[in-house]
Structure formats: C-alpha cells, structure tokens
Design a protein around this ligand. Structure first.
Ligand SMILES: *[C@@H]1O[C@H](CO)[C@@H](O)[C@H](O)[C@H]1NC(C)=O
Ligand SMILES: *[C@@H]1O[C@H](CO)[C@@H](O)[C@H](O)[C@H]1NC(C)=O
Ligand SMILES: *[C@@H]1O[C@H](CO)[C@@H](O)[C@H](O)[C@H]1NC(C)=O
Ligand SMILES: *[C@@H]1O[C@H](CO)[C@@H](O)[C@H](O)[C@H]1NC(C)=O
Ligand SMILES: *[C@@H]1O[C@H](CO)[C@@H](O)[C@H](O)[C@H]1NC(C)=O
Ligand SMILES: *[C@@H]1O[C@H](CO)[C@@H](O)[C@H](O)[C@H]1NC(C)=O
Ligand SMILES: *[C@@H]1O[C@H](CO)[C@@H](O)[C@H](O)[C@H]1NC(C)=O
Ligand SMILES: *[C@@H]1O[C@H](CO)[C@@H](O)[C@H](O)[C@H]1NC(C)=O
Ligand SMILES: *[C@@H]1O[C@H](CO)[C@@H](O)[C@H](O)[C@H]1NC(C)=O
Ligand SMILES: *[C@@H]1O[C@H](CO)[C@@H](O)[C@H](O)[C@H]1NC(C)=O
Length: 884
C-alpha cells in the first residue's frame, strides 16, 4: 500500500475539488492600516508528490489544483480527513487506525500553500503572524525565505515576521514546509499514554496563520491588569498595557488609545497615552483608568460572567497606524498559596475555591469545532465541575472565549514526559535533552501562549512543569516571559511534588496516583491520592461507555473481549507501551466485587455501577474533607474525556455521551449535598455554594436488600455552612449488614425542600487495600467488598410516567413494591439511537420501597420522530415509553 493511498486520493480530490482556488480571487486580503486577515485556506500536498523546488512553489502562478484543498487550520492528517482521504468513523473502528494507515507517509515534509491578492500601499508595513506550527517549518513568500525550521519551531512558537519587502502588488504566494514531528525531539503536543498517536504526530499548520497591515507603528496584543482583589469599593483600576513598535527608520510620536466597553456594549471609558519611539524600537505603554461600579466576573456556580472589551489603536497625527484585535476581559481576582502542609490552595474573588476539575483532551487529530467545544463545556458545567486542566494542549483561542462566557476555569500548562521535560537533571523523561536553542523555543512558546491567555478571566493558573519541574534556567525563561506578558495569575512549578525550582518553591500539587481502579474507601484514607491537598491528576481510571457508543468503535470480537477476556490488551485503552493497555486491575475489581459477568449487558451494568461508585466517592471525599485539619484543596479527575473513542479515563465519551462515571460526579458536586464517608461511616453535609443559609435536615435510612429497615435517623444543622462541609452524624447499623445494604441520604432545606438525595450500596465490609504495595498508578486491594447479592434480588415493580413540555420532560419513577429498585438507568432515544443532547437531572438512581422520584430531562430538538424514554435496572426489567 505505502504511498499509493495518498496518490490515489490525489486523483479523487481533484475530481471533487469544490472550493475556488485562491488564484481566482483578486480582492486584496488587506486594505487598511490596522487590518488583519487569516490565510483563508491551504492547498496541501506531500513533498513526495511535488517536483518543483520550494522556491518555485512559493511563487504565484503554480497550478496546485491537484493538491488537497483544506481549511485555514489543521494538521496534515486533519487535512486528509477533511479531504475525504481517510474517514474517522472507519479509522476509529476497532484496530483500523493501526492497520489502515501508512505511517511512513508522515516521515517526510508536507507543504501548505496559498495564493492571495494584495494591493500594496506605500509607507505601510506587512506582517505574517504564526501561532504555532507543529513542529518545525520553513516559510517562504514569493520565493523569499521568511523563516526556517530553526526559527519557526514548536507547536506554540507563534512569531510575527515582517514581510513587507517580500510582497508584491497583485498576486502573492505563501508556502509553508512542515517538517515531521517526533514527540521526543520536538516541542509538540504529545499524548504519552493517553491514546494511540496520530499518524502524523500532529504535524502542520494547526492554528491560523494571519497577515496584518500597519503604518509605521504596530501594536502587540493588549494586556489587562486590574487592582480588584475582593474588598468591595465602587471602582476598579484597570491598566491596559501594550507594546508599540516603530518599524520605520524615523523617530515617531504616536498616540495609543484604549477604549473600554462595558458588558452591555456601552462605552465606559477611553484613555490615551503619547509615546515617542526612536526608529526600530519598541516600548510598553500603560494606560490606567478607573471603572466605576465594576461588574465582577464569577465562575458559573458562583455568579455571572460580565465581560468588558478593550480596543487599542495607535495613531500618528490622527491617522490610524494599527489597531489591536479587540480583547475581552473580566474583573476578578485569582490567587493561590501553599499552606502549612505544602499543599496549594486557591482563592477566587476572596473565597476559598475548591478546584473540582478534570483533564481535558483535544481531538486526537487536533481538529477543533467551536460548537463541539461549547457542548463539551455544557457537559462540564452540568457535571458540576468548575475547572479543566490543559496538560500541554492549549487548544485554540475560542476555547478561552467560551470559558470566559460560560464561567469555566482553566488551569493551563506544559506537558510531561517528552521533549518538554528533557531537562539536564531529569533521567526519567525520554525527551531529547534541551540545548540552548530549546530555551529560545521555550521562551517563544511561553510568550505567545501568555499573550493569548492573559486577558481571559477564566485563567486559574499556568503550570510550567508537569510531572517534573523545570530546571533553574527553564524556570527563569518561563517566569520572565510570563512577567513580560503581565501574567496576573498563579504560576506553579509542576503538577507533582518530586522537586521544585528555587525561584518558585514547592508546587503544592501531588501526583501520587491512582490512575487505575481503586475502591471507594480509598479516597477516605490518608495516603497518596486520598482526599487531602491538591491532586493534580488522579482517579480510579474509570469511564466505561454505554453500549450505544461502544458499538460505534468496537467490533463484535472486541465487545466479546471486553467481558470475556478481562486481562487482554485492548487497542482502545491506551498505547501498547503503557501500564493502561488492559483492564486487568479494573476487571479484577469488577469480577470480584460484582461477580463474573454473564453477558455483555451484565458486564456493562456492573461496569456502570463500579464507575459510578468510583467517581462519586472521589469527588465526595474531596468536597467533604475541604474543612479538615489538612484540607483537600482541589482535584483534577484523570481525565475529562478521550481524544478518541476510549474505554476509560473519562466522564463522558467521545460522542459526548454520559455514563456511570458522569452521574457519580454530578451527584458529588451538587451545590449542597450529603455524603457517606466509607471509612468513618459518617455523614457529611457539604456546600459548594456561597449563599447556603438556613436550617438543614438530614435523613439517613439504611435497609436490607429485601427492603426491611436496619436503621433510620435524622440529624439537623441550625445553619447551613456555605462553601464548607460538616460532619453531622454517624450511620447506625453498619455492623448489622448481612451481605449488602442500601443507604439513602437526604438533605432538606427550609420547607422540607430536597437539596440532595442519593443512595449507596454498601457491603458488609469495605475493601481492604495494601497501601504499602502501591505503585505510581494503583493501590492493590487484598480483600474485595462483596456486592454479589445485588444480582440475586427479585424484581421490583417500578411504574414510569412522563410529562413532556417542549424539549423537556419530567419522568416520574414510582417503586410499587416493598423491595428496593436498584440502579435504574434512564435513556432518551429516537428510534433506536440515543439522543446525544439529552441532559438528565439525575440518573442511575436507586429507589427505596414505595419511593417516588421525579427526574427532569431536556434535549435539543431535531431528528425524526418524537423521543421515547427507555429504562432498566439491576432488578428492574427494561421498558420503554413514548413521549408522544
Ligand atoms: C476574496 O478575498 C477576500 C479577502 O481575502 C475575502 O474577503 C473574500 O471573501 C474572497 N472571496 C472569495 C470569493 O473567496
Ligand atoms: C465512513 O466510514 C463509515 C464506516 O466504515 C461508513 O459507514 C461511512 O459511509 C463512511 N463515510 C464516507 C463519507 O465514506
Ligand atoms: C530542517 O530543514 C532541513 C532542510 O533545510 C532539513 O534537512 C532538516 O532535517 C530539518 N530539521 C528538522 C528537525 O526537521
Ligand atoms: C512520532 O513520535 C514518536 C516519538 O514519540 C516517534 O517514535 C514516531 O516515529 C513519530 N512519528 C513520525 C511519523 O515521525
Ligand atoms: C516628539 O515630541 C517631542 C516632545 O513634544 C518633540 O520634542 C519631538 O520633536 C517630537 N518628535 C517627532 C518625530 O515629532
Ligand atoms: C514544605 O516545603 C519546605 C521546602 O521544601 C520544607 O522545608 C518543609 O519542611 C515542608 N513542610 C512540610 C510540612 O512538609
Ligand atoms: C455552530 O452551530 C451554529 C448553530 O447551529 C451554526 O450556525 C454554525 O455554522 C456552527 N459552526 C460551525 C463552525 O460548525
Ligand atoms: C419531607 O419530604 C420527604 C420527601 O418528600 C417526605 O418523605 C417527608 O415526609 C417530608 N417531611 C415532612 C415533615 O413533611
Ligand atoms: C506486597 O505484596 C507482596 C506480594 O503480594 C507480599 O508478599 C508483601 O507482603 C506485600 N508487602 C507488604 C508491605 O504488604
Ligand atoms: C459473596 O457473598 C455471597 C453471598 O453471601 C457468597 O455466596 C459468596 O461466597 C461471597 N463471595 C466471596 C468471594 O466471599
């Protein structure tokens, strides 16, 4: 096969090419000083398929109609998917990504080429702005080399090149030669053990390349500082900072003007500052103004997200020389400190901010769809999470815009294990050791990303290291770059505690596992990843998709492997070199605790129970223990979602479908909640809300599986504890459990309003762990809890009634029997397909005898036919009811 796939597809692309070639467009891409334009698309080709020299190819007039026509940003492989050479539905199925692609096609450079028209104007300067090209590139304009693979380096190496002298009046051409990426040699976006690598390792123009026209003075992106901390006063001082550069050969006096608009678009204030610029020089200009009655920005769960807009221009004798693209900012204050246990804790607008987050994965081919990202953030907020961690995958600028608008915090940072951690002292990282030029790439990368992120209120912190901490030289480079960009948020040396650079001190973040399955009581221990301090990446490794998603990417044989070969290597788990290529630890837990599965369906139900228990306990423990003497200060679940269809490490799957792991988190992060502590056998009332007030009542019911009561008690709090947690009672009767019992906790506020209700299945004895034999990814279990009796229960009778209103419905479940109805899974389907946009208030619920529960669901309309509700449970036969 080898290269013939590509060659054959070139022919196909020629036939279907529909986008007009740029050479037919004679409209100038730039017309005024202060204008910016994105290179609107590219012709893409392998260097293997071209015969002309790069110089010839970079001149206008070359016929590239046989090349692939791709969008304005995308890796080589993303471009081939876009062009229909490959089909991701097919590649994601079973082992196809491994077998159906010739990887050697990506061991040579690929070319991105575009032509554009320009009406060149006198006394103007023209710039080419890159925002990172993976991972090294030569850039040519009209036969002139603008950058080489020694200067345009790294996925984040955004650079601004003046190209005035290379441009011509009329048709121009730009050619980018993207060199193959090796994650160990290059500053790229590696996946380490997350998933199989994309065939091209992400090579290419993955972010926009922009052009700009200016007069003699050009501007950088603006930066914003505010003096708002948290004490209220009726004004906030805002400082707008921007770098102005005189690109000409004469001294210039320019005026820099910043206009700030309020959240509703009203002009709030304009402030100007003169600047004298000798030829060739840059100066930073600061403009200070007071905003009266500032509107404060909050994360979603704490308030609204008012955004101000700043527009900055430079003028010379009242003629505009440059305008910076408008940037939005929010007025808010983030800080962090290392407490007496050397654990990092965050404050947001003066309130202790328990980070409840998860690790974000981009698309495996680094494709970006703003609508997909928006719906992922909706899922994240629905999960009750307040933060995502970006480990070396800083994504596109729109991610930050959405996070600002929707109120999600972002903990950005560099990645572990590969080139990014190739510091001299680090014998553990596989990355090629840094040489002088690498510090320059680190500097360019940090400057560019900090400039992109600086104004965004959604930024929580930047972690300049991941598993390891940067050596002193790299730390200085990163910190200087962040300071130069007026970084207003915490800078943390690493995500782990292995060591730290003198300049920054201890990171206060632990990376002590687990990454693979541990039982629920793990989190209530006092070692490793248990609920104390800040866990920067940890979890029980769960996140098994439901069958509707599994069928999209697993063959019948793969599905058999899932439940029949519990220790087998699985292509959709991780990379074949990693500790997570099989589900042995997970399945040992599942088989031992829930019993050997009898079918795929049985396996998946047990998996969802296991996953739900795992994520609920992790988040509940971190929330409950935030008031402990050594408090939990934050956690990042490993991970949020997969870069491709994945079998683990996720809270929703690649198709954005929630499952057990999702609803476990959603319960645990409720604004007010009531938690069972598996170790202390106690009940905690928790609040993640700033405004909890009034009396709180807790009812605690423990029953046998036959429905008879073991204990029943109530407890109350005279006053709720906002943003806090409180141990309110111990559960009686745990010692009377025969095999398995069910514990229902209910938290009620004033007027008996239910704030939280939640059921646990508890075995007679907790799992017993061998902490001393822990590895970096797991703590072994030496005696498993025994949940098997759950699968011997007789059926409960549950009636399901629905009330639909537009694109939402209330589903009323009523248990008509004296038996509990365990782990009822609700689904919304249209025909036989799951409605992917369904949001359930709660799911995978357990009903006590004769209990009635209303559950809301809403969805986005669309698709043929009206949806139906489907359900089943451990001892509840499956059913279906049309919503009419
Ligand atoms: C032609 O180029 C201009 C400037 O880049 C752009 O605004 C316009 O949409 C293009 N027209 C077509 C038909 O591609
Ligand atoms: C992509 O592959 C899937 C599964 O193999 C197939 O059903 C679909 O028709 C393909 N799409 C295209 C555009 O060829
Ligand atoms: C940089 O470009 C040169 C050709 O100019 C090439 O020989 C070299 O392999 C490239 N370096 C990398 C790391 O790709
Ligand atoms: C991708 O990077 C890995 C190292 O992480 C390397 O082994 C592999 O050869 C690279 N792939 C290509 C196509 O260069
Ligand atoms: C800039 O302004 C200063 C102070 O007013 C003046 O001395 C200088 O001549 C001006 N320079 C130019 C190039 O206009
Ligand atoms: C915190 O870190 C500092 C610096 O390494 C160390 O001296 C101190 O003992 C640590 N404190 C605790 C409680 O671990
Ligand atoms: C995003 O969704 C909106 C509304 O459905 C649609 O108009 C728009 O084209 C979509 N954007 C992209 C990039 O797909
Ligand atoms: C409070 O509400 C619960 C659940 O709806 C109900 O079981 C209980 O009887 C109510 N308590 C009072 C005092 O009304
Ligand atoms: C660790 O596990 C091994 C093998 O199961 C066992 O022999 C040993 O006693 C365990 N070590 C500790 C400290 O429990
Ligand atoms: C689990 O509990 C059931 C019911 O009591 C019992 O039959 C079974 O032997 C137990 N399994 C183990 C491994 O102890």
């Amino acid at each position: 096969m080898h290269f013939s796939i590509i060659a054959a597809a070139v022919g196909a692309a020629r036939l279907t090419a529909s986008s007009p070639a740029a050479s037919t467009n004679s409209t100038s891409i730039l017309t005024t000083a202060g204008a910016q334009a994105v290179i609107p698309g590219w012709h893409l080709q392998s260097s293997n398929n071209v015969s002309q020299s790069v110089i010839a190819l970079s001149n206008a007039g070359v016929d590239t109609s046989s090349w692939f026509r791709v969008g304005a940003r995308g890796s080589v492989f993303a471009g081939l998917l876009e062009s229909g050479v490959y089909n991701d539905t097919h590649l994601f199925f079973s082992n196809n990504l491994e077998n159906a692609v010739d990887y050697s096609a990506y061991e040579i450079p690929w070319l991105y080429r575009e032509e554009f028209a320009l009406a060149r104007q006198p006394n103007q300067h023209y710039f080419l702005q890159t925002n990172g090209i993976t991972s090294r590139a030569d850039i040519y304009v009209n036969g002139v080399q603008i950058a080489s693979n020694k200067t345009q380096v790294g996925s984040y190496g955004g650079k601004k090149y003046e190209i005035t002298n290379a441009l011509t009046d009329g048709q121009n051409a730009i050619l980018i030669v993207a060199y193959p990426t090796n994650y160990l040699r290059d500053f790229a976006m590696g996946y380490v053990d997350w998933n199989p690598y994309p065939p091209d390792n992400g090579t290419g123009v993955w972010r926009y390349v922009e052009m700009a026209q200016t007069g003699p003075v050009s501007l950088s992106d603006p930066r914003i500082k505010t003096d708002y901390e948290y004490t209220w006063r009726n004004a906030a001082t805002v400082t707008v900072r921007i770098d102005a550069t005189n690109n000409g050969d004469q001294a210039i006096n320019a005026t820099i003007t910043a206009a700030i608009q309020g959240p509703k678009g009203s002009q709030v204030t304009t402030v100007s500052q003169p600047v004298s610029l000798p030829p060739g020089q840059s100066k930073t200009v600061s403009m200070i103004t007071d905003l009266s009655n500032p509107q404060i920005w909050w994360p979603a769960s704490w308030g609204s997200q008012p955004l101000y807009t700043v527009s900055v221009s430079a003028s010379i004798s009242n003629t505009i020389s440059d305008t910076a693209p408008p940037r939005r900012f929010g007025i808010r204050h983030v800080s962090s400190y290392v407490n007496s246990y050397n654990d990092t804790a965050f404050n947001l607008n003066g309130y202790p901010f328990l980070v409840m987050g998860a690790g974000y994965a981009p698309d495996v081919f680094y494709r970006f769809d703003v609508n997909r990202t928006r719906s992922q953030i909706q899922r994240i907020l629905d999960l009750g999470l307040n933060t995502i961690r970006l480990e070396g995958k800083q994504e596109q600028p729109e991610l930050y815009d959405l996070a600002d608008e929707m109120g999600l915090m972002i903990m950005a940072g560099w990645e572990c294990c590969d080139k990014w951690e190739g510091w001299d002292y680090n014998e553990d990282a596989d990355g090629v050791k840094w040489v002088d030029a690498d510090y320059e790439t680190a500097n360019a990368s940090m400057l560019h990303e900090a400039a992109m992120m600086q104004t965004h209120p959604s930024m929580l912190a930047f972690l300049i290291g991941s598993d390891y901490w940067p050596n002193d030289h790299a730390t200085q480079v990163y910190v200087d770059a962040l300071n130069k960009m007026d970084w207003p948020n915490p800078v943390i040396a690493s995500a782990g505690k292995l060591g730290y650079p003198a300049l920054l001190g201890p990171s206060g973040m632990k990376m002590d596992g687990p990454y693979d399955w541990v039982p629920p009581n793990y989190w209530y221990g006092d070692q490793l990843g248990a609920a104390f301090g800040f866990g920067s990446e940890l979890g029980a490794g769960v996140g098994t998709p439901e069958i509707s998603s599994l069928r999209k990417f697993l063959s019948a044989e793969d599905l058999d492997d899932l439940w029949q070969h519990p220790h087998k290597d699985l292509y959709h788990m991780s990379t074949n070199e990693s500790s997570f290529y099989d589900r042995s630890i997970y399945n040992d837990g599942l088989y031992n605790r829930y019993g050997k599965p009898k079918s795929l369906e049985d396996y998946l139900r047990k998996a969802q129970m296991s996953d739900y228990e795992a994520t609920r306990a992790e988040f509940e423990a971190y929330v409950a223990y935030k008031g402990n003497e050594r408090p939990s200060t934050g956690l990042i679940y490993w991970m949020l979602q997969g870069a491709w269809p994945n079998l683990h490490w996720q809270l929703f799957d690649y198709y954005e479908q929630p499952m057990g792991s999702y609803y476990g988190v959603k319960v645990a992060t409720r604004p007010e909640h009531v938690v069972y502590d598996y170790e202390q056998k106690a009940v905690w009332v928790t609040s993640n809300a700033l405004n909890s007030s009034g009396m709180r009542n807790v009812s605690i019911d423990l029953i046998h599986l036959n429905g008879s009561s073991i204990s029943k008690s109530t407890s109350s709090l005279d006053e709720a504890v906002p943003n806090g947690s409180s141990n309110v009672a111990s559960v009686r009767g745990i010692n009377s459990i025969h095999d398995v019992a069910l514990l229902r906790l209910r938290l009620a506020g004033e007027n008996n309003v239910t704030l939280s209700r939640n059921v646990y299945w508890l075995s007679k004895e907790n799992d017993v762990m061998d902490w001393d034999n822990s590895t970096w990814y797991n703590t072994p279990v030496v005696k498993y809890a025994n949940m098997t009796t759950l699968y011997t229960m007789t059926n409960a009778t549950v009636s399901v009634s629905t009330k639909k209103s537009g694109s939402s419905a209330t589903v009323t479940l009523e248990n008509k029997s004296g038996m509990p109805a365990v782990f009822i899974r609700l689904g919304l389907v249209q025909g036989s397909a799951a409605v992917e946009s369904a949001y359930w208030d709660d799911n995978y619920v357990t009903l006590f005898p004769h209990e009635k529960l209303d559950i809301g669901v809403k969805w986005r309309t669309g698709g043929a036919g009206s949806p139906s509700i489907v359900w089943d449970g451990v001892n509840v036969p499956s059913g279906k009811s049309s919503l009419g």
